[in-house]
Design a protein. Structure first.
Length: 257
C-alpha cells in the first residue's frame, strides 16, 4: 500500500501545513467576522469541520465564550490543541472532538452559535448544513457559514479539475437567498478578495512543492507534485475568475404564530 492509501488526509494536511485558516481568509477579515458575532456571556459555539480551529480559537480568546471544534483530521486537531495550550495554559473553554459532525454529542439546549467555514460537506452540502444548523441552534442563535459560489459560469474543463458539477454551487446572492428560504435572517455577508485567494492558493502550491523537493523518496511525491501543479495552473487560468467564497452571518428567527 502507498502512504496515500493509508492516510486519506495526507495531501490536504501537507498542503495546508503553513496555513492558519484552511480557506481564503485573512487575519483582518477573520477579526471582522468575529467582531460581528454578538454573543451572550458563556456562549457555546460549535465549529463544524473545524480543521485547525483557528477561527474558533480566536473567537474564544476574544470573548467569554466556550468552543467545541469537531473534525475527523486528527493531525489538524492535534495542532489546534497544541496552539491553544501554548497560548492559553490551563484554560478549559476549548474542546476538540475527533468525530464526524452529525453524530457528535449535542448540548441539550442547543448552540448559541455555529461556525462552518468551507465545511458544509460535513453535513452533505450547503442545504443540509442550513437545515441541520437550524435544528441545533438556540432561538436567536447565529450561524456563520462560509460557502463557495460561482463568479461566472464555470467552463467544463475547470469543472473536471474541481471534480464538481455546474449545479453544485450558485451565485453569492443566491447563497444568501437559499439561507433566507430556510428561515434565517441575513445579518451581514462578505466575500474573499482576490488577494486573499492569491495568498491561499499560492501558499497551498508552494507548501506542497517544497514537500515534494524535500522528500523525493516519499512514494506519493510525484503524484502530489503533479496534482498541485495542475491545480495551481487551473487556478491561474480559470479558478481566480470563476470560483468565489462568501461568508454569511445568519440568525435563527422564530416564525410568529
Amino acid at each position: 500500500m502507498t502512504a496515500s492509501s493509508q492516510d486519506q488526509f495526507k495531501y490536504t494536511t501537507i498542503s495546508h501545513s503553513e496555513h492558519r485558516y484552511c480557506c481564503p481568509l485573512s487575519p483582518a477579515k477573520a477579526r471582522e467576522l468575529i467582531a460581528a458575532l454578538d454573543l451572550p456571556p458563556n456562549a457555546l459555539v460549535l465549529d463544524a469541520g473545524c480543521g485547525k480551529a483557528a477561527l474558533l480559537r480566536e473567537l474564544v480568546q476574544s470573548m467569554p465564550a466556550r468552543g467545541v471544534g469537531v473534525d475527523i483530521n486528527a493531525r489538524f486537531l492535534a495542532e489546534a490543541a497544541s496552539a491553544w495550550t501554548a497560548s492559553n495554559p490551563g484554560d478549559p473553554r476549548l474542546t476538540l472532538v475527533e468525530s464526524q459532525v452529525e453524530p457528535h454529542p449535542l448540548p441539550t439546549d442547543g448552540y448559541d452559535a455555529i461556525i462552518c467555514i468551507g465545511s458544509s460537506h460535513v453535513f452533505g452540502g450547503f442545504e443540509p448544513c442550513l437545515s441541520t444548523c437550524m435544528q441545533w441552534l438556540k432561538p436567536g442563535g447565529l450561524l456563520l457559514v462560509g460557502e463557495g459560489y460561482w463568479k461566472q459560469p464555470p467552463a467544463d474543463q475547470y469543472l473536471a479539475i474541481l471534480g464538481a458539477t455546474r449545479d453544485e454551487l450558485t451565485s453569492h446572492s443566491q447563497n444568501a437567498q437559499r439561507a433566507l428560504a430556510h428561515g434565517y435572517k441575513l445579518l451581514t455577508s462578505t466575500i474573499s478578495s482576490d488577494d486573499e485567494w492569491d495568498q491561499y492558493e499560492g501558499l497551498y502550491y508552494q507548501t506542497m512543492m517544497r514537500h515534494v523537493t524535500a522528500y523525493p523518496a516519499d512514494p506519493d511525491a510525484a503524484a502530489f507534485g503533479e496534482r498541485a501543479q495542475l491545480w495551481y495552473d487551473n487556478y491561474q487560468a480559470s479558478g481566480r475568475s470563476t470560483l468565489g467564497f462568501g461568508y454569511y452571518l445568519l440568525e435563527k428567527i422564530l416564525l410568529s404564530r
